[in-house]
Design a protein around this ligand. Structure first.
Ligand SMILES: *Cc1c(COP(=O)(O)O)cnc(C)c1O
Length: 390
C-alpha cells in the first residue's frame, strides 16, 4: 500500500530524524485533480483547512479548489497569508467579536452564521452588506443517521441554527446588512457517496423550500464535508464519480444554484505517512507488544477514533547488539508508543509476519487530523521531523 517514493524516503531517514511525517505532495496533487474532475461544473470545491493546514498542503491544493473553509481567526489569518487571494469561507461555533472583525477586514467572501446572537453581532459590526449562509441543524434523511461515523444533524448540538431560529434571522432588522445568500449544513462525517449525495439532495430541497416560504432568493447551498475515509480499508476511496453524479442531479433540479462541498479528511488523509522505528518488542502475559519511537502525542488519530491504524512494515536488516534481537513472528502484535498511558495505542493485536526492534513502521492515512489534532507536549519527547515530497 505504501508507494515506492514514500517507502524509499522512509528507509533513508537517519534515526535522529524519526519519527517523521512524510507527505507525498505529488500524490495529493493527482488526487485533488481527480476529485475536481468528477464534480459537476456548477459545484464548488472548498478544502476544510482544519483537516491539515500545513502551508505545503494548502499550496498544493490551491490550484484544484475554489477556496478554503476556515473555522477560526487563526486559520483565517494563516490561510490568507499562505494562499493570498484564495476565497475564504468562515464558519464554526463561538466566533469572537475580534474574529468576526478580522473576517470582515480580510474580506472573507462567505460568513456562516451559527446562532441568533452571532447574526446580531455581525449586523452590529458590518459597515457594508455581507453575504452569509445560515448554518442549519437539520435531521439526516431517513435511514442515514445510523451509518454516519459522526452524525451531528437533527440532534441537540452547538452547531448551527434550528430551522425556526434560521427563519427568525430572516426577519431581523440587521437583515439588510447581513444578507441571506443560502444555507449551510454539515450534518455527518464518514458517509459513503450514495448516502452523502442523498444528504446534499435533502439539504438543497429543504433550503429551496425554506427560501421559497420566506420569499428570499437562494443562491447557494453548502452541503459540508464528511466524505468517508475508511481506515479499515486503506486502499478504498470515496466514490467521487458517484457523488458527482448525485450532485449533477441535484443541480439539474435547482437551476441557477451554486452547490458547494468542503471536504477535509478525504482530500488530505491519503498523502501523509507517520514513519518511525521499533524500539523494543516484548511479550507480556502471552501477548506481543511493539514499542515504537513517538506515539499518539504525534498522531492522535487512532486514539481519537478508537481504531486500529493501518500501517506498513519496512524491514531493516542488521542487528549490532551482542544479545538477541527482540522480535515477534507470525503472531498478533499491539503497536504502542512511548507515552506512560495505556491509551497510547496505534493498533491492537494485528497479525504480522515479523516485527523486530529496528524495523520501521509507516502509518498510512496520516495526512489529515493527525499531527494537528495531537497533544504534542505531553511527556516532552522530541517532535517529529517533516518532509514534503514534491
Ligand atoms: C470539519 C468540517 C468539514 C470537513 O470535514 P471532513 O470530515 O474533514 O471532510 C467541513 N465543514 C465543516 C463545517 C466542518 O466543521
Amino acid at each position: 500500500m505504501i508507494g515506492p517514493r514514500v517507502a524509499a524516503h522512509a528507509r533513508r531517514l537517519p534515526p535522529p530524524a524519526l519519527p517523521a511525517y512524510v507527505y507525498d505532495l505529488a500524490a495529493l496533487d493527482r488526487h485533488a485533480r481527480a476529485v475536481r474532475a468528477e464534480l459537476p461544473e456548477r459545484a464548488e470545491l472548498h478544502y476544510a483547512a482544519k483537516a491539515n493546514p500545513a502551508p505545503e498542503i494548502l499550496r498544493t491544493l490551491a490550484p484544484h479548489v475554489d477556496g478554503f473553509e476556515v473555522s477560526s481567526g487563526g486559520e483565517l489569518a494563516h490561510v490568507r497569508r499562505t494562499v493570498p487571494g484564495a476565497p475564504l469561507a468562515f464558519g464554526g461555533p463561538g466566533k469572537t467579536e475580534a474574529e468576526l472583525r478580522l473576517a470582515l477586514e480580510l474580506g472573507a467572501e462567505r460568513l456562516r452564521v451559527e446562532s441568533a446572537h452571532e447574526f446580531r453581532l455581525l449586523a452590529s459590526l458590518a459597515r457594508t452588506p455581507v453575504d452569509v449562509l445560515l448554518r442549519v441543524n437539520l435531521p439526516l434523511p431517513d435511514g442515514h443517521g445510523e451509518h454516519a461515523a459522526l452524525a451531528m444533524g437533527g440532534r441537540p448540538a452547538p452547531f448551527g441554527l434550528d430551522p425556526d431560529d434560521a427563519a427568525s434571522c430572516l426577519r431581523r432588522p440587521g437583515r439588510h446588512r447581513v444578507r441571506f445568500r443560502g444555507v449551510h449544513a454539515h450534518l455527518a462525517g464518514g458517509l459513503d457517496a450514495v448516502a452523502l449525495a442523498a444528504v446534499a439532495r435533502h439539504v438543497t430541497g429543504w433550503a429551496a423550500e425554506f427560501a421559497g416560504r420566506h420569499g428570499v432568493g437562494l443562491a447557494e447551498v453548502n452541503a459540508g464535508g464528511g466524505m468517508a475515509v475508511d481506515y479499515a480499508r486503506p486502499h478504498a476511496r470515496f466514490d467521487w464519480a458517484a457523488y458527482g453524479h448525485g450532485l449533477r442531479r441535484v443541480l439539474s433540479a435547482h437551476r441557477g444554484l451554486t452547490l458547494r462541498v468542503e471536504p477535509g479528511r478525504s482530500l488530505a488523509a491519503y498523502c501523509g505517512w507517520y514513519v518511525t522505528d521499533v524500539l523494543d518488542v516484548k511479550h507480556s502475559r502471552g501477548e506481543a507488544f511493539a514499542v515504537l519511537r513517538g506515539g499518539t502525542h504525534h498522531m492522535r488519530t487512532p486514539a481519537a477514533k478508537g481504531h486500529d491504524h493501518p500501517f506498513a512494515v519496512l524491514p531493516a536488516e542488521g542487528w549490532a547488539r551482542p544479545w538477541p534481537r527482540p522480535a515477534a513472528h507470525r503472531e498478533p502484535v499491539t503497536l504502542v508508543g512511548q507515552l506512560c498511558t495505556p491509551r497510547d495505542v496505534f493498533a491492537r493485536r494485528v497479525p504480522v509476519d515479523a516485527l523486530r526492534a529496528g524495523d520501521r513502521v509507516a502509518f498510512a492515512l496520516a495526512g489529515a487530523y493527525a499531527w494537528n489534532i495531537s497533544h504534542h507536549d505531553f511527556l516532552m519527547h522530541p517532535p517529529p521531523t517533516f518532509h514534503y515530497l514534491s
